[in-house]
Ligand binder design. Structure first.
Ligand code: PNS
Length: 176
């Protein structure tokens, strides 16, 4: 049974991420979803909150485990005794960054392979950044995020969202 690791910041987890987890579980016997602390991305939700959200959103998905981590991904992969990383590719624009990361991780651990999966085309436009922007502006999050995340975003920003002046910036708009 092959154990694979699906890493990400998951700030927050979206239905696109869940779609990818389901696909990975059809191929690999076990999946470890590894939630990165990613302090450099100044996440909206704490690591503990993100781990709890992914756990709640994946209840009932057998052979799936959720862990949080800081530091290097290859160290987590080794500790988990895995040899395969799962990454999602939504569009060509994802490719260059993911290709660089895959080769860097291979340099750090030559035994590690990265497998790229495509989410359903209905999620190709979706990422955590647009979800957060939508939430701050009070947009409809239905069909984009699991209910637990919708609730957390509404608690954070209120039902109408919390628009802020442009010069204050919004939640992290870095790539995710
Ligand atoms: O969902 P994201 O933010 O695109 O995920 C990026 C992630 C967490 C997979 C990546 O930043 C990562 O692997 N972070 C851990 C640190 C690391 O090992 N970096 C790669 C070698 S420099």
């Amino acid at each position: 049974m092959r154990r694979a690791i699906y890493p990400g910041t998951f700030d927050p987890v979206t239905l696109g991420h869940i779609d990818l987890m389901e696909r990975a579980l059809r191929i690999f016997g076990e999946l470890v979803v590894a939630v990165s602390a990613s302090p450099g991305k100044r996440p909206l939700f704490s690591l503990e909150e993100r781990v709890a959200q992914v756990r709640a959103a994946t209840v009932g998905m057998r052979q799936l485990e959720v862990v949080g981590f800081g530091g290097l991904l290859v160290d987590l992969v080794r500790a988990q005794r895995a040899h395969v990383l799962i990454k999602g590719l939504r569009a060509l624009s994802d490719f260059e960054y993911e290709f660089q990361m895959a080769l860097m991780n291979r340099k750090l651990d030559p035994d590690l392979e990265t497998a790229f999966l495509m989410p359903s085309e209905k999620y190709t436009y979706l990422n955590s950044t647009v979800v957060k922007e939508l939430a701050t502006l009070g947009g409809d999050l239905g069909g984009l995020v699991p209910p637990v995340v919708e609730e957390a975003l509404r608690q954070r920003f209120g039902p109408q969202g919390a628009p802020r002046p442009a010069d204050e910036g919004g939640p992290g708009l870095s790539r995710d």
